[in-house]
Design a protein around this ligand. Structure first.
Ligand code: GLN
Length: 193
């Protein structure tokens, strides 16, 4: 059984721990660089990417996690987690840092004021059994991707799920629904890594 950490600096950590356990992983919160040695995969939760970026600096996680991701650690980011996995962001705070790992440009809060929070059916490539219920909360979208990035889902013409190698990211929050097929896809990626 793979051991999968949830980055527990800020955000909806508990919901991911539950979703991962239901997808047959051993899930545990991860806060310190030393704990990265004990996991086979990592989830970066939704929350607020500016705060997460700041705390990642305070906890000394930025460089150690960047290195682990470069070395192939499977990682899944939802919403703010997607922002943290972007090599480049738009509409970020001036000094906002990311871990990177996906050759993409992500725009924060992209769906805009009229649409701060909504749900939509999203067909995700690699997830069987019909569309998932996408929960979008001040969600980012992917503005553009490099050649190595696979687009897994779109909503209203905007890219909302991507994969590059062992890194998966969604604009929406499967952890807030009872449907854990996206987490199961990630657990399979960890098993295969
Ligand atoms: N808008 C938030 C950010 O920029 C993300 C929101 C979320 O994770 N639900 O980090």
């Amino acid at each position: 059984t793979p051991v999968i950490g949830v980055l527990a600096l800020q955000g909806d950590v508990r919901e991911h721990l539950v979703a991962l356990a239901e997808a047959d992983a051993l899930a545990r919160p991860v806060r310190r660089p030393e704990e990265l040695a004990e996991i086979d995969g990592l989830v970066i939760p939704g929350g607020e990417s500016t705060t997460m970026s700041k705390l990642a600096g305070v906890f000394g996680m930025l460089e150690p996690l960047r290195e682990r991701i470069r070395a192939g650690l499977p990682v899944y980011g939802t919403c703010a987690g997607m922002i943290m996995l972007a090599d480049k962001i738009l509409d970020g705070r001036e000094d906002q840092q990311t871990f990177g790992g996906v050759d993409m440009i992500v725009r924060r809060n992209a769906f805009g004021r009229q649409n701060e929070s909504f749900e939509a059916s999203v067909e995700v490539s690699g997830v069987e059994g019909g569309p998932v219920e996408g929960v979008f909360i001040r969600a980012p979208w992917v503005e553009s991707v490099g050649g190595e990035v696979e687009v897994l889902a779109r909503h209203d013409g905007h890219t909302v799920a991507v994969r590059q190698g062992n890194v998966l990211a969604t604009s929406f929050h499967p952890e807030l629904t009872g449907d854990h097929r996206v987490h199961a896809l990630f657990v399979e990626m960890v098993r295969g890594a």
